[in-house]
Design a protein around this ligand. Sequence first.
Ligand SMILES: [Zn+2]
Length: 381
Amino acid sequence: MHLLCLALITWNFDGGSLGRVEKVADNHWRAHLAGESDQDARNRQANWYYFQVDSPANQPVTIDLVSLPGEYNYKPNRGAVTADTPPVISYDNKTWTHIESFEYDAAEPRMRLKIIPKTKRFWIAHVPPYTNRHLAALRKWAGNSLKEEVIGQTVDKRPIPLWTIGDGPKTAWLFFRQHSWETGSSWVGEGLVRFLIAKGGAGMTWKIFPMCDPDGVARGGVRFNKFGFDLNRNWDTNGVEKMPEITAQRAAIKAWLNTGRKIDFVFSLHNTETSEYLEGPPENGGAGKFTALAERLFTLLETETSFAPTRKLFYSESSTTAGLPGRMTVSQGLYKEFGLPAFIMEQRISTQPKYGRKPLIADRLRFGAELAVTIHKAVTP
Ligand SMILES: [Zn+2]
């Protein structure tokens, strides 16, 4: 009997993404990343893929990831998928490990994966997925330990949640998953929420946006909402129709401040491929009223957590693209509008020196607890 070695690649599930697949040979496929661009068809980014492969167990299969190049802040690049950022693979769609057997060809560019599947079904993704279902499971686990408000709806009418944990005198507002490919942000958020609930809020008030872009996460997007607006830009513009996510988050902060309550700290957590850093608010290059807080936070992160910065603490410019509207990040926008001490942190997905390997889910969860402790120490010195 002739057994055809045919693989079937699919991505029509929650958070799944790929562009199209070409067959090169019976056991060799070219998988084009979908990528997404912004509202002006610029800044294409192709760093989210998540697909299922059905292929005979123990028979080699080759998958080439292509259509990688893109643009970031209007500058062209060769893409976010390189030898530093090989994919993760799972045989149960829960536990993920990095693929070790690959060849990255920078000339095309192309990431060639050589897999001998342990079982006949497996999944591949850029980093371990965290979908809206993961968040729903966390919400269910938390029960009455947190208070949930729905502060608005996404373009696709998904609820935008705001969680409150604890009721201490100091207040921190935290943003997770402004960018849908950055699943590490969500895993850290989950670790932080679990820790804070275990500690009863740890003496502070925590206002948490656990999922800033539910549509993008469901769609398997990269960093834009349904209309192409980057949810960590555009904080200097107001587009209720086109970017209801930002509008709702900003309104929740404004409503809090309007009741006379203070915000002691704002923080948005992101992922990059190879950089790790803390960026302070755009106040005078480190000679402002939040400098002591920023320096305290940076030192605590560096000495007491797994944070392994690739650059020193710095303070952002007032916009990511001078002179162009719609280019302020959440920290730039909230500093400008409300004078808030708003920080952005990036964590790399590539090999991290304190771990001595590429981060996985357990590392992110653990850092979530470390982050909660660190923020508490930084705002209550
Ligand atoms: Zn981001």
